[in-house]
Write a protein that binds this ligand. Structure first.
Ligand code: PLP
Length: 448
């Protein structure tokens, strides 16, 4: 048994000897947390915080879900690890459950231990199965941190790896953003020009294996596409025999009010990747699911991919428990109902705060986009400023909210609100009230 440490020592050892991610290290002062339950977590001083973003939009069932904890303990006792080449009960049982909830047609699975690795698998599978190379991704996207998935990431997290981060053949299309369209169109008169532009890219490139999209862009601002976008993209991919990869790492598992965001448009991808909420984030697990057609290619071709921890039994057991809990508590339906309440509250905020440019979302997945100026839609801070380590307005607001007992995820010039799906209306009101109070900081600096 190790000796308990003073909180200051815990923070110092963490800060000094371990890396803080996606940031300059000098200013990192990690808060020491000791417990978490339901929609709350607790620091070493005993302060309790409402988790308004489910940490990294991943603790879907709330912290310390009893069924998930028990599934991990039981699997650890029974069979913690065997190599991926064996059949196990837990692998077979999870397979049955996945076949029920995933979009139809996805019927062969590769398990990883993160979202980034699920996307790595997707890229390799797409390249092997099509014999083609290029991957089209979009700006304002995030697909993970490893070399392939950071190369396909459209946001500033890719910059440090340029040009190495650009694995040969990854190219970027404009994102869907009806609030601030990158190609300066207006919905609906645009006739979904961003999708048409993507087709133009496919026609003018050779060798495109796949297009990867976050069906609803997550960290980069909960960009919900208009209803025509995804069916149109599906058609474009079919016409040009290009695979469509849906990265549902953040949008899966009832977050948007359906099992998967693609279900909103009745569009089945050729490959779907997911992670995060699949185990309530209690154990690292990712999934790369492919169609039977893709799977059939590998019947007689070498499947050149694998991990020591692929289909690790300990990672699979909590996925079964999590999915059962989502069903038991009807969390997709709950995300729709409570998401409507959250959306209404956030839109009320917009009418009171000049610094809010846009509020958008789906299910229990919302963004509040801050602008210095509502007319020009200029953000408070840019990606370059974040990378340069400049203090951001959204970070100051988030810090103030923490002081008032509410955690919110801030990014560049917006917030991503994605609480555990078990949150109550009263807790939503508490979180929104804390944002309401802290937005004074941005209002005072807004120029219009
Ligand atoms: C859409 C999306 N894809 C991929 C990833 C990478 O997942 P992981 O952090 O588990 O590697 C993330 C993580 O935030 C994500 O939001």
């Amino acid at each position: 048994m190790t000796e308990p440490m003073a909180s200051a020592e815990v923070t110092e050892l963490t800060r000094k000897y371990t890396y803080g991610t996606w940031r300059r290290q000098r200013s990192w002062n990690p808060l020491h947390l000791i417990d978490a339950e339901g929609c709350y977590f607790v620091d070493a001083a005993g302060r309790r915080y409402l988790d308004f973003s489910a940490q990294l939009m991943c603790v879907t069932l709330g912290h310390k879900n009893a069924a998930v904890v028990e599934a991990i303990a039981e699997q650890a006792r029974q069979l913690a690890y065997v190599a991926p080449g064996y059949a196990t009960d837990v692998r077979a049982q999870l397979t049955k459950v996945l076949l029920e909830v995933l979009p139809k047609g996805l019927e062969k699975f590769f398990f990883t231990t993160s979202g980034t690795e699920a996307n790595e698998a997707a890229f390799k599978i797409a390249r092997m199965a099509t014999g083609k190379t290029k991957i089209i991704s979009r700006y304002r996207s995030y697909h993970g941190s490893t070399m392939g998935s950071i190369a396909a990431t459209g946001d500033a997290r890719r910059w440090a790896m340029e040009p190495a981060g650009k694995i040969p053949g990854v190219i970027f299309a404009p994102e869907v953003n009806c609030y601030k369209c990158p190609i300066l169109h207006t919905y609906p008169s645009c006739d979904i020009a961003c999708a048409q532009y993507l087709e133009h890219m496919i026609e003018n490139e050779s060798d495109v294996a796949a297009v990867i999209v976050e069906p609803v862009v997550g960290t980069n601002g909960v960009l919900v596409p208009p209803k025509e976008y995804m069916p149109k993209l599906r058609k474009i991919c079919d016409t040009h025999e290009v695979l469509l990869i849906a990265d549902e790492v953040m949008t899966g598992w009832c977050r948007t009010g359906k099992w998967f965001a693609m279900d909103h448009w009745g569009v089945a991808p050729d490959i779907l990747t997911t992670a995060k909420g699949i185990t309530n984030a209690a154990i690292p697990l990712g999934l790369c699911a492919t169609t039977g057609k893709i799977a059939s290619y590998f019947e007689d071709h070498f499947f050149s991919h694998g991990h020591t921890y692929e289909a690790h039994p300990l990672t699979l057991a909590p996925a079964i428990a999590s999915i059962n809990e989502m069903k038991r508590m009807s969390l997709c339906e709950r995300a729709v109902e409570l998401g409507a309440h959250l959306g209404q509250k956030l839109n009320e905020l917009k009418s009171r705060h000049v610094s809010i440019g846009d509020v958008r979302g789906i299910g229990l997945f919302w963004a509040v986009d801050l602008v210095r100026d509502r007319t020009s839609k200029a953000p408070f801070n840019t990606a370059s400023e974040k990378v340069a380590g400049k203090p951001l307005v959204v970070d100051r607001i988030a810090a103030r909210m923490m002081g008032n007992g509410v955690f919110i995820q801030a990014w560049m010039s917006h917030f991503v609100i994605a609480p555990p799906l078990i949150i109550t209306k009263e807790e939503i009101d508490t979180g929104v009230a804390a944002l309401d109070e802290a937005l004074k900081i941005a209002d005072d600096e807004a120029e219009n």
